[in-house]
Design a protein around this ligand. Structure first.
Ligand code: ZN
Length: 224
């Protein structure tokens, strides 16, 4: 929350971003800044470093951060520098590169697509609101953790944290329709996929999660 990094990736002169991070971490292990929280001024601090490097490159002056990763610790107000090298087997910039174009980054990074990622059906916030007001409302399941549930939740929802889902399947078997939600719609897609793989059929995920609900369906719902 108090740390940032800055570098300049110019594969002609130094490593590329893929040299440093060949693979992204699993999507559900990456909380967004909104979820994890970040020291408010930190993006400004790192942003000014980035702007400085960009202007230097445009003007052709100074020594850019090529091959150097600048680590900023705002709590200690300490700046450290790591040397980073070109990966001789980099999939993108090495002689043995296998990747030559852009890929499906939304899929790669686990961002649910409009049609649902990996075959998981999704429902929009406004459509869900209509269903909940209708005659055959689905069972709403909140797959977040209890501290998140304490902050805000959808009315009528049941809390079953994603980690507890396998042991609490019994609570879902009688529901005719199930809609899972989380804060942004990533954890709920993966939980829905788990249920679909276990044989549940009418399972959907709220696209965009609680955030989309607060934005599109009910502004009185708190989001974070
Ligand atoms: Zn590379």
């Amino acid at each position: 929350r108090f740390e940032g990094q800055a570098s300049v990736f110019d594969a002609r002169r130094g490593p590329c971003y893929r040299c440093l991070y060949p693979e992204p971490p699993p999507p559900d292990l990456v909380p967004s800044c909104a979820e994890a929280g970040v020291f408010g001024v930190l993006p400004g601090l790192i942003g000014m470093l980035q702007a400085t490097e960009a202007i230097k490159l445009l003007l052709g002056v100074g020594e850019p951060l090529v091959g150097r990763l600048l680590l900023v610790d705002a709590q200690a107000m300490a700046f450290r520098e790591l040397r980073i090298r070109k990966n001789p087997n980099c999939v993108l910039c090495s002689p043995v590169a296998t990747q030559h174009g852009l890929i499906d980054y939304a899929g790669f990074c686990g961002v649910p697509s409009v049609d649902g990622e990996g075959g998981v059906p999704e429902v929009t916030a406004t459509a869900l609101r209509d269903e909940l007001n209708g005659s055959d409302p689905p069972l709403l399941v909140d797959v977040r953790d209890p501290p998140e549930w304490e902050i805000s939740r959808l009315p009528g929802a049941a809390l079953i944290p994603r980690a507890d889902l396998p042991e609490r399947l019994g609570e879902l078997t009688r529901a005719r329709g199930i809609v899972l939600y989380c804060s942004s719609g990533i954890r709920s897609v993966s939980a829905a996929r788990q249920l679909l793989e276990l044989g549940f059929t009418n399972v959907r995920s709220l696209r965009g999660g609680l955030r989309a609900w607060a934005r599109d369906a009910d502004p009185d719902t708190g989001s974070y």
